[in-house]
Design a protein around this ligand. Structure first.
Ligand code: DDH
Length: 296
């Protein structure tokens, strides 16, 4: 019910593959961030522009990736979006270079490209989102607050608003947080979740189960650190996946079965990027080739 209609694809597949390649080449060339890649922050931008969707909101403020409203200061100022301007700026040149490309399409395509180029699975993607005005900016407090440490809270976001199952939320959070790191100057948290933050893996699940996680002794926000190396982190919301038995069985499943983890993630991330959007039947899901597959 709470959906917006996408326009029919305005470009042929080959045009979108060109945009994909441009983003992928820029990712390869610019390595002056954190662990050497802007990929993780692009994955987070795609998630945060989509994660504002609320299936129960009867108002016009539906959120989701459709309207590209994070280009407005008002949405950038949502405390949960701190640090994402970097990703928007990274993608901005392509908005200028390609006409008829909406922000919603550009930012979701950026996430798809980053996952695939960081050796993740193929993510099906469809175009047709349209830029809408300021009145489409979603309200704050829809994106998750990492300090909340209950299953009830995590489910209120992912099931209540976004309509995902327990298994789907575990998959999204755990594969997302295999990538990148927290920044004190953005969220107030600090550090990476895994030893390979520029590779899409199921390592988050293995580390969550295998490591002994203790509250970090510092004067920052409450977060957890692994006892063996003290170089990794978990957020309070991440720890819920281990403590809640209904979540934990999926953590165990994904820690054991990387193939299932990746194919489930491909499916659920793709649907995350399309929350609240109805695509015309004529728009078939696109699957892009990586630079490597094209010999580029
Ligand atoms: Fe996340 N995430 N995330 N996350 N996330 C942060 C970083 C990254 C939460 C909080 C934070 C997902 C779910 C949740 C990524 C992907 C995904 C940071 C640190 C916080 C805090 C930001 C900073 O300081 O720069 C919370 C809470 C949740 C939750 O669901 C309960 C999901 C579903 C994804 C996904 O992509 C599917 C990625 C990638 C990063 C690393 C960004 C970077 O710059 O590096």
């Amino acid at each position: 019910t709470n959906v917006r209609e996408a326009s029919a694809a305005v470009k042929p597949f080959e045009e979108y593959q060109k945009i994909y390649n441009d983003i992928a080449e820029k990712l390869r060339e610019e390595d002056d961030r954190d662990d050497g890649s802007y990929g993780p922050v692009l994955v987070r931008l795609a998630w945060h522009c989509s994660g504002t969707y609320d299936q129960n909101d009867p108002s016009q403020n539906k959120g989701g990736s459709y309207a590209g409203t994070m280009r407005f200061q008002q949405e950038q100022d949502d405390p949960e979006n701190a640090g994402l301007k970097v990703a928007q700026d990274f993608l901005e040149p392509f908005k200028t270079k390609y006409s008829n490309l909406s922000y919603g399409d550009l930012w979701t395509l950026g996430g798809v490209c980053a996952i695939q180029e960081l050796s993740g699975p193929k993510i099906k993607w469809r175009p047709g989102r349209k830029d809408l005005g300021l009145d489409a900016v979603p309200p704050y407090h829809r994106l998750p607050d990492a300090s909340q440490e209950t299953g009830e809270y995590v489910r209120s976001v992912f099931n209540g608003r976004l309509g995902f199952t327990d298994q789907e939320m575990v998959c999204l959070i755990g594969v997302g947080h295999a990538l990148g790191r927290c920044h004190v100057d953005a969220s107030g948290y600090d550090g990476p979740w895994t030893f390979s933050p520029t590779m899409v893996t199921n390592d988050f699940f293995k580390l969550l189960l295998d490591e002994d996680w203790k509250i970090r002794d510092w004067d920052g926000k409450k977060q957890y650190t692994d006892s063996s190396t003290k170089s990794l982190m978990m957020l309070p919301t991440d720890m819920v996946l281990k403590k809640d038995s209904k979540f934990r069985k999926y953590v165990e499943l994904y820690a054991k079965d990387e193939e299932k983890c990746m194919s489930d993630f491909a499916d659920v991330y793709s649907r995350l990027l399309e929350r609240g959007i109805k695509f015309p039947d004529s728009t078939k899901p696109m699957v892009f080739k990586t630079l490597e597959e094209q010999g580029l």
